[in-house]
Design a protein around this ligand. Structure first.
Ligand code: KG4
Ligand code: ZN
Length: 333
């Protein structure tokens, strides 16, 4: 089965074609960074309007790249939740209308499930069951995955998500949008040991996270400092180390508690170099197998939507009526 995947949940317009036999045929992404940069963050109305302009040309291009005709498509998958309402509506309306015109089934996909399954786009992919550390801009969750569609929530953040903490700390240090990756780059030039922040929830044996106290500690340290460029780097270093250590500690605990030895790390923060480095070290120490999507599939993309859609559509699961529904919030569990 050949499926077109559409992702428009936030500030990237992305399309991809996945074939159940031949794998990923092509994928394209248009980033809206330059559009939102002057405002210091995503402006939802501008995001929606830009998705409208880019979606059709991008879809035509992705079909061309895959040497695929409209009539070769057997299904369409689009991100349905969670995300910005207007942005989601553009992708959903486009996908549903196209499905209607081509008389093929469509399916709304949960963006978090698509992140979770992104490692299956790689040749070396995990076997079930596995532990997933899902770290994105809106979510930080530890999930036990028994099979596709069988998810058990083991723990999650009680306040800010890890990606959100990166973005907020970047903003308070005066870094431009998109803050997370820029902060992480800056952290590489920071000196160890100059600043130290306590690891949140360290003594707690539960599997939950909390990052808002850390954000406040960073703010206080920054406000009290001389605010030089080097101090910014040193704070970035200490902040990143603390977040990554918290993610690693709870992942380790979840693995032990649930006797799992396969781990998937997915979502935007899984692109973080230090997190991948420390997760690799943990896997060596504990004899684990760790799986990540390739870097471009850690952050938002349509390949993961096409893959997830193909999995379900191939099993006869599709939208049941013509109602177009999207949801700003939409937990996987
Ligand atoms: O999965 P994603 O692209 O979108 C959501 O579904 O939220 O994740 C975006 C989040 C942002 O908060 C961004 O700051 C963070 O992932 N992020 C990173 C890195 N790259 C993206 N955080 C830390 N280090 C990175 N290299
Ligand atoms: Zn995402």
């Amino acid at each position: 089965m050949r499926v077109l995947g559409i992702e428009t949940s936030c500030d990237e317009t992305a399309v991809a074609i996945y074939d159940s036999r031949d794998g990923l045929l092509s994928h394209l992404l248009h980033s809206q960074i330059s559009l939102h940069a002057q405002y210091g963050g995503v402006v939802p109305e501008l995001a929606s309007r830009d998705h409208i302009c880019k979606l059709l040309p991008l879809t035509k291009e992705v079909l061309k790249k895959a040497r695929c005709a409209w009539s070769d498509l057997r299904g369409i998958a689009y991100t349905q939740a969670p995300g910005l309402m207007g942005a989601l509506l553009v992708g959903a309306t486009f996908g549903r209308a196209l499905g209607y015109a081509l008389a093929i089934p469509t399916l709304g996909i949960n963006h978090l499930e698509a992140h979770l399954l992104a490692p299956f786009l790689e040749e070396n992919h995990p076997k079930f069951p596995f532990l997933a550390l899902l770290v994105s801009g809106g979510h930080t969750q530890l999930i036990q995955v028994e099979a596709v569609g069988e998810y058990k929530l083991l723990g999650e953040t009680l306040d800010d998500a890890a990606g959100e903490a990166f973005d907020k700390v970047a903003k308070l240090l005066g870094l431009p949008y998109p803050g997370g990756p820029i902060l992480s780059k800056l952290a590489q030039e920071g000196c160890p040991g100059i600043f130290e922040f306590p690891e949140p929830m360290r003594k707690n044996k539960e599997l939950n996270f909390s990052f808002s106290g850390l954000k406040t500690a960073v703010l206080q340290a920054w406000e009290k400092s001389l605010k030089t460029e080097q101090i910014k780097k040193d704070i970035a270093y200490a902040f990143q180390k603390t977040v990554v250590d918290a993610l690693i500690s709870k992942t380790m605990l979840a693995l032990e508690k649930n006797k799992l030895n396969n781990v998937v790390v997915a979502g935007g923060v899984s692109a973080n170099t230090l997190l991948r480095k420390k997760m690799d070290a943990l896997s060596l120490r504990m004899g684990l197998s760790v799986f990540y999507p390739r870097l471009e599939f850690c952050t938002d993309n349509a390949a993961m939507v096409a893959y997830t859609g193909c999995y379900y559509l191939d099993r006869g699961i599709s939208d049941k009526n013509l109602k177009i529904q999207v949801k700003a919030r939409g937990s996987l569990l």
